[in-house]
Design a binder for this molecule. Structure first.
Ligand code: MLT
Ligand code: ZN
Length: 475
């Protein structure tokens, strides 16, 4: 690794102010590795700007010296999207110090929020204002708004409110040349040419660095009902989903699937997580209904649909949350899935989507194919089944060396992806492409689609300095 040209280093220090530039190896270490410890990168330095202006000046200086920039939020990417490569020729720009919720407007139902606010802090601020930010992901305590938007995060409430993309009204971003692009309009209707803000959502930091956003909020629910249900399999889960959807589709706020094996990992490896059902089941559903109206009608709806589903043999057991604490305990069982799998050993994540009707066949075929590929492999599917998004995760067999397992990740990913392709799905439903899955892009998005993405990238970032090595495979 070479060091920064002294003139650039001095200019960056000046632009970023005290504590704004980290160059010490131990200070930088946590920013150079991803949450899953799959990637270990290097960088000249780590910048922590406290404002859009400081951030823009840091990017401008990098552009002038042709130093690549790696934007980073809470560093929770599942695909190495915020980790620099191993050359050391990069500046990581971390948004965590830009962490103000600037404004919440109860008439517009909007929130103006800086990139470094964690998703949880943004949700809490909306709740305090009597509103709701309807985006929820397992890593929300660390994930920051800038990264959540750059990756178009999905999560538990997509089934009702859409992905991050659907919540963005306005955006401010620093372009690869250091210019600030101000798209901070809080308009429901604005039909004036290309919707440039949407170009940044899901671009994984390859077109610019998001610094501020205006998000659409929703009324805070006055009643919420959650139930944990024991079902036979994914087919049973989908039948239950249809049962709710046929009666009151707008009430479904979350509909999550968990296989028996994945739930068992949570139950055994996560302290304070305990299954409230009398017996373990082959699979589970966590369903949550919400309404901005109070009263008992939601509870009645939940009981009516579950009662009928029980009579129809769609579920064998169900527990309704009797308190907020119990509802949160149900969610703990779901949200600790990633952590439990991490504790169980090395894992390969296949974050796929297929049409709802194809999910049972997908799980059956992919399970058989993976078990054939690596005998003893632990197949632990779970996820946002109401969106057709299954985390078809694979945990190393007990006793196998974790590195030897990970060395075969492409074999496993390709085996699963081939089945996904036959069923008309996508190889990445919500985690993005990052550096882990960029090798799949030509096979999946090749031809005119990848070509157009490359031309957009080339037009916005002709020097290729923004988040190199992400989305696009090396040519
Ligand atoms: C989740 O929904 O919990 C994460 O996206 C999943 C994962 O670990 O694959
Ligand atoms: Zn997920």
């Amino acid at each position: 690794m070479t060091s920064l040209p002294p003139a650039l280093l001095d200019a960056l220090k000046k632009a970023l102010g005290p504590g704004g530039l980290l160059t010490d190896a131990s200070d930088m270490a946590s920013y150079l590795t991803d949450w899953r410890s799959l990637f270990h990168g290097k960088a000249f330095a780590v910048a922590r700007p406290g404002s859009t202006e400081a951030c823009a000046e840091a990017v401008r200086l990098c552009a002038e010296h042709k130093v690549p920039v790696v934007p980073q939020g809470g560093n929770t990417s599942m695909v190495g999207g915020a980790t620099p490569d191993e050359t050391g020729h990069a500046l990581v720009i971390v948004t965590s110090r830009m962490n103000k919720v600037r404004e919440i407007d109860p008439i517009d139902n909007t929130m103006v929020v800086e990139a470094g606010v964690t998703l949880k802090a943004a949700q809490d601020a909306a709740t305090r204002a009597g509103l709701m930010l309807p985006l929820s992901i397992s890593s929300e305590g660390s994930a920051e708004i800038g990264g959540v938007l750059a990756t178009n995060a999905g999560g538990n409430n997509t089934v009702r409110y859409g992905n991050a993309r659907e919540l963005v009204l306005g955006l401010e971003a620093v372009l690869p040349n250091g210019q600030v692009l101000n798209l901070m309009r809080r308009l429901r209707k604005d039909n004036t040419g290309y919707a440039l803000r949407q170009l940044f959502v899901g671009s994984e930091g390859t077109l610019g660095l998001i610094t501020t956003a205006i998000l659409q909020l929703q009324p805070k629910p006055k009643s919420i009902e959650a139930a944990l249900c024991a079902v036979e399999d994914a087919k049973g889960a989908l039948a239950l989903f249809s049962a709710f959807r046929n009666v009151e589709p707008s009430a479904i706020q979350a509909f999550e699937f968990m296989s028996g094996l994945s739930m068992n990992l949570v139950n055994t490896l996560i302290p304070d997580a305990s299954l409230p059902l009398s017996e373990p089941a082959p699979a589970y559903v966590l369903v949550e209904l919400a309404s901005p109206r109070g009263g008992n009608s939601l509870r009645e709806l939940m009981e009516e649909v579950l009662g009928k589903a029980f009579e129809d043999g769609l579920l064998s057991d169900a527990v309704l949350a009797e308190s907020e604490a119990q509802r949160l305990a149900f969610w703990k069982l779901r949200e600790e899935h990633a952590e439990a799998q991490k504790r169980a050993g090395a894992s390969v994540k296949n974050d796929v989507s297929v049409p709802l009707s194809a999910i049972p066949s997908f799980i059956e075929r992919a399970t058989a194919a993976c078990e054939k590929l690596i005998p003893g492999i632990r197949v632990v599917p779970f996820g946002h089944i109401g969106d057709g998004n299954i985390h078809f995760n694979l945990v190393q067999p007990d006793g196998m060396d974790g590195q030897a397992f990970l060395a075969r990740d492409h074999e496993m990913m390709d085996t699963v992806a081939n089945i996904v392709r036959e069923l008309g799905g996508s190889f990445s439903a919500e985690h993005g492409v990052g550096q882990l899955k960029s090798y799949m892009m030509p096979g999946w998005r090749g031809g005119a689609e990848l070509d157009m993405m490359r031309r957009i990238k080339g037009a916005v970032d002709p020097e290729g300095i923004m988040n190199p090595g992400k989305i696009f495979p090396a040519v």
